[in-house]
Design a protein around this ligand. Sequence first.
Ligand code: BG6
Length: 523
Amino acid sequence: MAGTVSVEQAARHWVNPLRDPRDKRLPMIAGPCAMVIFGVTGDLSRKKLMPAIYDLANQGLLPPGFSLVGFARRNYADEDFEKVVIEAVRKHARTPFRQEVWDSLAAGLRFVQGSFDDDAAFATLARTLAELDKERGTGGNCAFYLSIPPNMFPVVLDQLSKHKLAQPGPEPDGWVPWRRVVIEKPFGHDLASAKALNALVNRVFPEETVFRIDHYLGKETVQNILALRFANELFEPIWNANYVDSVQITMAEDIGLGGRAGYYDGIGAARDVIQNHLLQLMALTVMEEPTSFEPKQLTTEKIKALSATKLVYPLDETTARGQYTEGWQGSEHVVGLHQEEGFDPNSRTETYAAITLRVENRRWAGVPFYLRTGKRLGRRVTEIAVMFKRAPHLPFDQTMTEELGQNALVIRVQPDEGITMRFGSKVPGTGMEVRDVNMDFSYGEAFTESSPEAYERLILDVLLGVPSLFPVNAEVELSWEILDPVISHWAAGGKPEPYEAGTWGPISAEEMLAISGREWRRP
Ligand code: BG6
């Protein structure tokens, strides 16, 4: 019929209605596309990815023809797959369940069964994507989410390349659909393996089409580090070695590792958290102001920050590692790592890691950065504490200022999101007693909007093709360069030091700060 435009053609002429450069407050909605999740039956997919996709749909941020293809070995018919997705959505989505949103999402669900080395399954996948384009107008655009163990990457990447799914090339009318790949950490286990992995991925997907997930960068409070630093005048003058004494970055968890042995044993806290989340938090804290918030400019500054970041030696004194033993988490008695299901009873994997870093540039020269993370600690908390130098002179009687600590600015990443400022204040009364007080900004009180889940933001950015919140190759490699000597040093040493579950980690971590007369903040 002359004059009729198919959904397939319409998708190729789609213009983002909210992409109005004059109003930057409007969230952008993703253009026509599909997403394929490999490992769709796994934990991450059920708890984070599928709920986040629903939440995006619920906010109207996905295109009407959005299609989600699950790929896994298990034999689901499309309808069974639908049940798995709806169950995940009902259990884990952030926003309320709405039947009409679900119905339109469900219409685009497909399932492809097969193992990763199965050529026929990848041929089916290619056919399914082509059909979805015809039926629902995805524009042939597609993001492949590898929610699978890294040892499976080579085979899946080869298959995507072999079946022309990674870079399909221009269509007869010149239209070039986009293809992107999303990968989850671990990005290697040291610098050499990270380089090998990056080379492998880049053989099939050019770097600008690779989206590496560090879910911390998707958190509101982490993005707020940039707002705090670069949208205000108040902090910049004191954000340097003239005023800052030290910086403590903590990511503490109260959970243990039961059920995670397969991933965690042999990996440990430093590789699991410091290499990615904590070094990214540090990069955002120390970096210079980017010339704009274009992804390239932001990445340039983060790369400069990581290039200037060095370990402080000797590692025996400036690092600490530990392994939790049985203890009490509140009123619950919990077992130690060696008794956790699946762990080697002689495992030397650290569940607590702390390191000392410095930043070699004019702004930060001489300021120690202490990074720590651990499982089964006192409570779940992630924060960046910028500790300021003490006033050079106090014109008060010393006994009146005994309870005065250092001024601090604490960025509370989670769970109680906000910012605390600590400073000294006069205690009411006739004397001149000065004591620490806190001034608080809390997200919950200041804003009525609730924060989106990190995965909502990150998945949307993948579909929009905006890479600002994804670490590039160079950042991953620089992070390993920083961490590798610590891991080798620990590997050559004895066992990690035991610490009781429910405490704040091994004694050596306290000593690590005590050598310079400092101590950890009790979050
Ligand atoms: C993951 C780590 O990257 O982050 C886990 O592999 C950790 O070990 C998790 O539990 C913590 O994430 P969040 O968002 O709960 O702080």
